[in-house]
Every structure is written in structure tokens, then in C-alpha cells.
Ligand binder design. Structure first.
Ligand SMILES: [Zn+2]
Length: 488
């Protein structure tokens, strides 16, 4: 009799991975009947004699232990040929598993490998945490708190599920299941997909992917340098199994640097057309291809799909060459300079947002800086991305500083006239209303305080209260008039 179960199938049948073999032997020497049964028989069904259960215990993990070599077609049988796959792939490089079965499975694979093949089955063991439920409990059949991956894949996509599991994952630490994280992963997939659609839609006919233009602008150099650094860091992270860190860096780069900034930065050139547009498109596609490679281990399906649609003759992204750090694509000076521009634009946008100024409203900008050239060169980006109509440079102190909204960033201080930021007519109308109300309050208090009856009959505290009210109203009147002056 031979029973072979993996621990997985044993669990599936509701058996413990360690169980006593369910074979029973009739003790009647004339019968010796053997019975295999889930339920223990009370007596021999053939002769009614006494039965005894087999004393051996089956440890199903021992069959699981064959996994590293039996899956490669290994044959340890005498006179048989060792399989080709086994010769090529064994010993393997990495085993990935959760920590809860280190002894049960990992240890058995190691000593079985040594025993049967004379070699360790793998070089590294990457031990990750468990996926727990939202409350941090272990997922189990009895609690009924398990997640069916197929249902999740149906709803969010395979790549979104993979990304969610890898994100925030650090070796050995458990993570809790979160539907919110899953939604964020799906949104990221949509963002990447839409970016690729936008880029591919605008490419000219016969566009050849993969090459960079001869002439690179400052924003191209900024992007390429950042991407070059990303490739280096992500490769290092993956090599040291910091998968959660690696994927977070790729995600941030794609979302913020590439989609939110660089795509927007190329729009003026692309709408201009010709050589300039083509150059921008070459950089867009070059970096897109690199990003797809870095993301591929984490989101295999969407990256392959976009990869093939960029270049229909390309072979699978799986067998493409991994991105390498390239010294010739490192433009440290330009990267630092352009980062200052990005920082200032971002600060202006925050300021406008705080003041509720619509994006459509154009305003002028005064910059105090030692790097006039860079900001001048990038005026188009201030116009397109920060709603700036003109840039002027100021040396030393700026006039009428109190009428300006100030924005501070590395390398520059910038000022925007408040009168331009807010809608002048609307603001003046609002101030006029406030002024009328303040005038009425002043009048009311004054008439009360000028009334001899009130002064003589009202309690002292009430009179003082009215005087205080008048003071406040007068102060407000003064401030409103000052604000009105600012718009003139
Ligand atoms: Zn019997």
C-alpha cells in the first residue's frame, strides 16, 4: 500500500498533516482481511473478528519535501537517467515561504535534498510574513475569515492583488488584509494604463521605440537622472529582498515623477509638434519601457500588455534585459537645478490652493534668486503648471511686500500680488458689504452712548460693554478700509 499526499491535499481532506495510517488488520489468523476506512471499523466485516489499526504514522510533509527535485523530473531510481531539467535547474536559487512552515517544510526539503541528491536544494530562503485578516487574526477555515483570491482577482485584477501583497511587505512581518489598499493598487494600475494610452495615442506613424534623442532639455535630464537612480536603487533593493521598499519606489516614481510631472512638462513641446515633440516622445517612451521592466516582477500582466503595444515586434518583457544604471545618463547639475523649479511650482500651487484661486486665473510672479537663468529658461512651465502670466526678477527687498503672497522654496523666494490672486471685483464687493455692516454697528453703538437716558439709567457694566463694542466695530472699520486700499 502506498499513500502519497502533499500537505496541501491532506489539509484539503480535513486530515492533519501528521496522521496515523487508516488501515486496519483482522487479527483472525484464518482471515487476515485488510480494511482501509476513514471510520474505524468495530469488527472485521468479513469474519467479525477483532481489528487493529496500523501503527505507522504518515508525515505528509515528507512528500512535500521532494518538491525541489521531483518537480524537475529527477529520478533517483537505479538505471534511470537523471532528467535534463534537474541537471539545469538544480540546485535552485531561492525558496519563498512564510515563517510558519520553516521546520515542517523548509527543513525537510533541505535534508531530503542532501539525502537524495547530495546537494542543498536552494541557496537562499526568503521568509515573508503571513497575510492576516483586517483585525490581525490568522485566516482560517474555522473562523471563515479567509479571502478567495479568485474573487478578488475578478473584482480588482491579478496585478492589483499582487501589488497589494508586496506593498508594505518587509521580510518576516505579517500584514493585515485591507480592501482600501487594494483599491489604491487598482487606481495605480489605471493611472499607468491611462498614461500609456495617452503616450501611444500621440506617437507619430513609424515611431521607433527605444532610442533617446541627441538633444536633451533640462527637464529630460532631470527625469533621466531620477530614473537612472531609481534603477540602481530598485535593483539593490531586490537583490537584498527588500521587495516592499523596491515596489514603493517604483510606484512613487511612476505616479509622481513620470505621470504628474514629466507628462505635463512635455505637453508644450508636444503641442508645438515637429522635432521638439518627437524628442519629448522619445524620452517618454524610453523611460516608460524602463519603468515597465522594473515593475514587471510585481505587475506582470499590465506591464507585458503595455510593453507589447509600444512595440508590436518586441519579444516578451520577461526576457528583455534588466535596466542598468548608466553613468552617461546621470546629469547631477541639471537634476538639482530643475528640482528647484519643480519645488517652486509646487509651492505656488499649494499657495493658490489655500487661497482658493482657480487654476484658470493667471497671475504675475516676482522671483528673488541667484539663479535667474534657470527660472527664465523654465518660464513656460510656470505658465502652464502654475498659472503664471509673467516672471519678473527682484533684487533685494520687494516693494509693497504686504500686498504680496510670499512663496518660499530652495533657491528662490517668490511673490504674487494678492490683488491678482483674488478676484478683485468680487473681493471689493464683499468688503463693501462688510464695511456697511461695520458702519451700522458703529452708528448703533454711538446713538446708544449719546443717549443721556441710557448713560444715566443703565448699569455701569452694560455701558462699559457698549463702549467696548464700539471700539471693536471701529477697529474693524479701519481694517476693512485698509484691505480696500490694497486693491486700489
Ligand atoms: Zn476477518
Amino acid at each position: 500500500m502506498r499513500i502519497l499526499l502533499t500537505h496541501g491535499s491532506a489539509l484539503l481532506y480535513g486530515l492533519s498533516p501528521l496522521f496515523r495510517i487508516p488501515a486496519y488488520y483482522c487479527q483472525n489468523p484464518d482471515c487476515k482481511h485488510e480494511i482501509i476506512s476513514k471510520e474505524a471499523p468495530h469488527a472485521c466485516p468479513k469474519c467479525g473478528g477483532k481489528v487493529v489499526q496500523d501503527e505507522d504514522t504518515l508525515d505528509t510533509w515528507f512528500s512535500s519535501a521532494l518538491w525541489p527535485f521531483s518537480t524537475l523530473g529527477w529520478t533517483g531510481e537505479e538505471g534511470e537517467e537523471i532528467a535534463e531539467d534537474f541537471k539545469y535547474f538544480y540546485p535552485t536559487s531561492v525558496l519563498v515561504t512564510a515563517y510558519d512552515i520553516i521546520f515542517f517544510w523548509v527543513a525537510r526539503m533541505i535534508f531530503s535534498g542532501i539525502e537524495h541528491t547530495g546537494k542543498l536544494p536552494f541557496k537562499d530562503v526568503f521568509i515573508h510574513g503571513l497575510m492576516r485578516d483586517e483585525q490581525g487574526r490568522k485566516m482560517s477555515k474555522s473562523l471563515g475569515n479567509g479571502i478567495d483570491p479568485l474573487e478578488i482577482i475578478e473584482k480588482y485584477g491579478t496585478d492589483a492583488l499582487r501589488l497589494t501583497i508586496v506593498s508594505g511587505n518587509s521580510p518576516g512581518n505579517d500584514i493585515n488584509w485591507s480592501e482600501t489598499k487594494l483599491t489604491a493598487s487598482r487606481n495605480f494600475a489605471n493611472k499607468l494604463w491611462n498614461a500609456s494610452r495617452y503616450i501611444l495615442m500621440n506617437l507619430p506613424e513609424g515611431f521607433k521605440a527605444g532610442a533617446l534623442p541627441k538633444e536633451l532639455t533640462i527637464e529630460d535630464k532631470w527625469l533621466l537622472t531620477r530614473f537612472n537612480n531609481l534603477a540602481k536603487e530598485v535593483t539593490d533593493n531586490i537583490d537584498s529582498y527588500e521587495l516592499g521598499v523596491a515596489v514603493q519606489k517604483i510606484r512613487d516614481f511612476i505616479w509622481e515623477i513620470y505621470c504628474d510631472w514629466y507628462i505635463e512638462l512635455t505637453k508644450p513641446r508636444i503641442s508645438e509638434g515637429g522635432e521638439k515633440a518627437l524628442n519629448a516622445q522619445k524620452v517618454l517612451v524610453y523611460v516608460m519601457q524602463g519603468m515597465l521592466k522594473l515593475l514587471h516582477p510585481f505587475m506582470p500582466f499590465i506591464t507585458e500588455e503595455i510593453w507589447q503595444s509600444i512595440d508590436s515586434n518586441a519579444k516578451s518583457i520577461m526576457i528583455s534585459e534588466w535596466v542598468k544604471y548608466d553613468e552617461s545618463l546621470s546629469f547631477v547639475k541639471q537634476e538639482q537645478e530643475f528640482s528647484k523649479v519643480v519645488e517652486l511650482i509646487r509651492a505656488i500651487r499649494v499657495q493658490r490652493n489655500e487661497l482658493n484661486v482657480p487654476v484658470s486665473k493667471k497671475v504675475s510672479l516676482f522671483i528673488e534668486t541667484d539663479d535667474k537663468d534657470i527660472y527664465n529658461q523654465c518660464a513656460i512651465f510656470f505658465e502652464k503648471l502654475a498659472g503664471i502670466s509673467s516672471i519678473s526678477f527682484v533684487d533685494g527687498s520687494i516693494e509693497d511686500a504686504e500686498k504680496m503672497a510670499a512663496v518660499v522654496a530652495t533657491g528662490a523666494r517668490a511673490f504674487i500680488p494678492l490683488g491678482e490672486l483674488v478676484d478683485k471685483e468680487k473681493e471689493l464687493a464683499r468688503l463693501e458689504k462688510e464695511l456697511e455692516k461695520a458702519k451700522k454697528d458703529v452708528e448703533f453703538s454711538r446713538s446708544k452712548l449719546n443717549n443721556p437716558n441710557f448713560i444715566s439709567k443703565a448699569p455701569k457694566a452694560q455701558v462699559e460693554k457698549e463702549q467696548k463694542k464700539l471700539e471693536i466695530a471701529l477697529e474693524r472699520l479701519k481694517n476693512i478700509k485698509k484691505s480696500q486700499e490694497n486693491y486700489k
